[in-house]
Design a protein around this ligand. Structure first.
Ligand SMILES: *Cc1c(COP(=O)(O)O)cnc(C)c1O
Length: 380
């Protein structure tokens, strides 16, 4: 019997045990204690973001971003159809309208060449996603944004530690969001962060995160009592999450080195096979440095992808497809989405498959994945 190779396994970092014990013994279990401060400071220094606020998830950080930009009914936000639902839910929860943009066939990112046609006087923001941690064309996107006075938010769930032309992802938008979900490079099970790059938004971000109160200022001794000053919710994680996060962030060089090695092995071992069989591997522009979040393959068609996933499953290896086009989902159609709106998204979504990539994947397991891929039979 061969061991099953899962698609993902969160990195086990031993240091988390002692941090968790310290947090438990400290009797400070709620948010914004010492572990939150240390994790946020480390995240700021690693990303170069002006301010990092830990949140309960990337989903919640996106909701905070939508509140901070004052999105409201009548506003439009341009967002890729090829993303996780949370990127779009954040917009819809404010009553604003998502306008779906297609992706580039090469990087699978927000296609900036289609952007100006979608802009109207109602466009308030672009929510961009750096798919697989490979950067969107930020020069062009920011240039168009400033021309029209539009804000950019980066959903950087895949892109922590990635960069574009030497500048870190997460520092291009006024706001950026991170995820520490167990499927991400740095993981706390559930968890996230809001990166604030325009410090004019910092104070209000703290208020929204603390149920609409100015409690953070009170704790800093800036005011002598705190009160309800704005809308908000409970977006701060407990110290237990922050303790795990600190251990993960401190180990991030080690996590990243391992993931990069696996990613590069896939690339090196599969490129000849891919070329021979009409399979496309990830495209990385030379000015993009990516954090090895994901290794995907684009199969020739839907049928070969389905058979590939089944074949790998028969070899006890879990490979998975990814986003279904949001503009064609039940909700997306309510916003006017229909077939043909985003042809590249519709095509890629049918053909993309992701390979196992996680910190604990051994060399033997990696060899087994590559070997199984090469033994896939193209004839039915
Ligand atoms: C994982 C992910 C999210 C959601 O992250 P959570 O922390 O689970 O809320 C949002 N956007 C993208 C692109 C993601 O990959």
């Amino acid at each position: 019997m061969m061991e099953k190779i899962p698609f993902n396994k969160p990195a086990y970092i031993r240091e988390a045990e002692s941090y968790l014990t310290q947090a438990l013994l400290s009797a400070h279990l709620a948010g914004d204690g010492p572990f939150t401060k240390r994790s946020a400071a480390l995240l700021e220094s690693k990303t170069g973001a002006k301010k990092a606020l830990l949140t309960t998830s990337c989903t919640h950080a996106l909701e905070m971003a939508a509140i901070l930009l004052d999105l409201k009914p009548g506003d439009e936000v341009i967002v890729p159809s090829f993303t996780f639902v949370s990127t779009v839910n954040a917009i819809v929860l404010r009553g604003a309208k998502p306008v779906f943009i297609d992706i580039r066939p090469d990087t699978l990112n927000f296609d900036e060449r289609r952007l100006e046609k979608l802009i109207t006087p109602k466009t308030k923001a672009f929510f961009v996603v750096h798919y697989a941690g490979i950067a969107c064309e930020m020069d062009m996107i920011n240039q168009i944004a400033s021309k029209y006075g539009i804000h950019v938010v980066e959903d950087n769930a895949h892109g922590l530690f990635g960069s574009y032309k030497g500048k870190n992802l997460g520092t291009f938008g006024v706001l950026a969001t991170q995820s520490f979900h167990e499927t991400k490079n740095v993981s706390t099970g559930e968890g996230g962060a809001l990166l604030v790059n325009d410090l004019k938004l910092e104070e209000r971000a703290e208020i929204i995160r603390e149920k609409g109160t100015d409690r953070s200022r009170y704790f800093r001794g800036q005011i002598d009592k705190y009160t309800w000053v704005d809308i908000g919710s409970s977006y701060l994680p407990s110290e237990l999450i922050a303790a795990v996060l600190l251990a993960q962030l401190e180990a991030s060089d080690q996590i990243q080195a391992k993931r990069t090695k696996i990613w590069n092995t896939y690339q090196a071992q599969l490129s000849g096979w891919a070329e021979k069989n009409g399979v496309r591997l990830p495209y990385v522009p030379e000015y993009c440095c990516h954090p090895s979040h994901m290794f995907y393959m684009i199969m020739p068609d839907f049928d070969s992808r389905t058979r590939f996933i089944e074949w790998m499953k028969s070899q006890d290896i879990t490979c998975v497809f990814h986003y279904l086009p949001l503009h064609l989902s039940t909700m997306g159609r309510k916003f006017g989405g229909k077939e043909g709106d985003c042809p590249v998204t519709e095509d890629i979504s049918d053909r993309l498959v992701r390979l196992p990539l996680f910190y604990d994947l051994s060399e033997k397991e990696l060899d087994r994945v590559v070997d199984s891929i090469k033994r896939f039979s193209w004839v039915k």
